[in-house]
Design a protein. Structure first.
Ligand code: ADP
Ligand code: AMP
Length: 208
């Protein structure tokens, strides 16, 4: 068994799909964005270093990210691999990753830029369980989150100005990874501008 990479621009639906395919893959979701936000909240040295980059929508330096990943994949739950969400985001990150664990699939969720701002600006997560919702496209049910204790949480970087910088970072620094993985025969892409459930079906078909 190896690891899976969920790939795509910010707001493509990587986290949403990771939550839906986790049961099927049996692999834990490893989101570098979530790990960095936890470090910022704790006020750890990594959090303090990462915060200024995250607030402007720029990528956090590779050495910081790779330190987090090397530590995370030592945990027992990563023994059979993980589902990386939002990592790798640069060629040096992908090169380093190739020496740490075997990647079996890179699943790219393709969404046009003009959809991204509305997706990101309407994103809501449950602070209690981490489930991702959207004000319009995937609203919190009237009875609340299935965890039973919905707490509305919105990210500070989910605003229009920062989204544009994040999209730019994606195009310049991250999108070259598509060819990098394609040339290694690992790259699969799905149309992410459709219903959430249809995208999940396609991803599961690729993995089966
Ligand atoms: P990422 O992890 O790639 O940044 P998310 O999974 O957090 O993206 O999704 C970003 C926002 O878009 C969330 O509010 C989510 O509910 C919404 N979303 C995800 N997939 C879709 C989809 N297929 N159609 C419409 N909205 C979506
Ligand atoms: P995300 O939650 O994936 O949208 O990431 C939020 C922010 O965390 C990004 O805008 C970056 O500042 C930072 N970040 C997350 N993952 C990485 C990564 N793999 N490399 C560099 N920066 C990252």
């Amino acid at each position: 068994m190896g690891s899976i990479v969920l790939f795509g621009p910010p707001g493509a639906g990587k986290g949403t799909q990771a939550q839906r395919i986790m049961e099927h893959t049996g692999l834990p979701q490893v989101s570098t964005g979530d790990m960095l936000r936890a470090a910022v909240k704790m006020g750890s040295p990594i959090g303090l270093e990462a915060k200024s980059f995250m607030d402007k929508g720029a990528l956090v330096p590779d050495d910081v990210i790779l330190g987090l990943i090397k530590e995370r994949i030592q945990h027992d739950d990563a023994a059979n691999g993980v589902m990386f969400d939002g990592f790798p985001r640069t060629i040096p990150q992908a090169e380093a990753l190739s020496n740490l664990t075997e990647i079996t699939h890179v699943l790219a969720i393709e969404v046009p830029d003009e959809r991204i701002v509305e997706r990101i600006c309407g994103r809501v997560t449950c602070g209690a369980c981490g489930k991702v919702f959207h004000d319009t496209f995937n609203p919190v049910p009237p009875e609340g989150c299935e965890c039973g204790s919905f707490q509305e949480k919105r990210r500070v970087d989910d605003n229009e100005a920062t989204v544009l910088t994040r999209l730019d970072a994606y195009h310049v620094q991250t999108s070259p990874l598509a060819d990098w993985y394609r040339s290694r025969g690992l790259f699969h892409s799905v149309d992410g501008d459709r219903d959430i459930a249809d995208i999940t079906d396609d991803l599961l078909n690729i993995l089966n």
